[in-house]
Write a new protein. Sequence first.
Length: 487
Amino acid sequence: MGAMKTGKQLSVLKGFTLIAVLTTALLMVNDMIGQPVLRAESSGYINAPASFTRLAEMVSPAVVNIRTVKTIKGGGPVFRHFQRDPGGPDSPFKDFFERFFGDEMQREFKQPSLGSGFIIDKEGYVVTNNHVIEGAEQIQVKLNDEREFEAEVVGRDSTTDIALLKIQSAQDLPVVKLGDSDLLKIGQWVAAIGSPFGLEHTVTAGIVSAKGRVIGSGPYDDFIQTDASINPGNSGGPLLNMQGEVVGINTAIVASGTGIGFAIPINLAKGVLAQLKSEGEVTRGWLGVAIQDLTEEMAEYYGIENKKGAFVADVFKGDPADIAGIEPRDIIVEVNGKKIESSRQLTAMIAGIGVGESATVKVLRGGKEKIFNVKMAKRDDERVASREPALQSTEEFGLQVSDLTPEISQRFNLADTSGVIVIGVEAGSKAAEADIRVGDIIKEVNHQAIEGLNEYQGILSQIQKGESVNMFIWRRNRGFLVVKLIK
């Protein structure tokens, strides 16, 4: 016969029993209402939400399947493959192929495609990707309740890949709530709803894998990366937080990857959608500068400890920054009181300022702060400055350099023609060891601006043997660099 339990032991057992009952009740309530609840294991790790049922039931009615039809000529890639004579232009079958496939090359074919979207208000406005509807002659929207509507394009923005549609004669439309993508944390649970491969209203789940991804799709790349399964057909559908709010627009995948998908943050999309709804197009502010991030060497060169800011590589003549007094090699550190962390952040911030509006821009110039009031305008790519210096060359550090000619300036798309261009690098020289390359443009030497070959030669002649030389250079497809040499 077992030993009797003490009153203290019974109290502890009752406590554990109460916790077990409460936990079971909580999970039962969760299964009834479908709200996600995290289960904590004894090891301390947290598993997936218990259920996505309620989230799917709540949001799916407002997620739509988008079908488009485009007209193409020549039958597309399949027909074009067969239209080629495999024997080449001199083949004896050339006439046969032209006669047999000649008519096919002139025919028009209807090409259907599928995508996803979501309804954002009772008036029938639908959000999707621009690439889903681009070039479409017919757009049909199908709801979860099987209702189908013709849709028209209200506006689209190819730069951010966002489009706004409107479905006609629709009543009692379900809508989604837009959330705050800035509140997303890496590792947070998210769900995607869409029509992958035409399989309507497919729900997938995962986590936020990363934020602020740049995938090379455009100047405003700021993607949410997720491992929630996204496939062709999901484009334009919503990425949802656990409250059922849209935090992103599913947009891109890595073709050879698994568990790697990208969504446009809904906070970026909100401003675009507002303009598309009111104006039918997106107008962005333009500062008129070419910018880049600060490298560690550049930050050291300019004495900036935190490496924060956007380096002004060039100022377009006659544009807002030039009119306000901003100069090349200024470092923009604030706009309207908000600190600038990177060139990409600056680009996005300027884009959000309306044309004609003024912005306060703080820069560092020679280690001192300067503030400019800049009135935003649209970009003008037609103004290009040029000059005609004499072509000369010299050698130092194993470098052969030349003045910038108008032809060279045009080739490199340079508005600022100051500096000298490297036209030769001797193998095994100090310049070669420092990785200076043909085509590099030397803009400064030891903080002294180089206007042309005369200034370059004059500055180098004043530097003694054994002293360090810091060259501030511009490299195509790379931007500005600082190279250190010893004379």
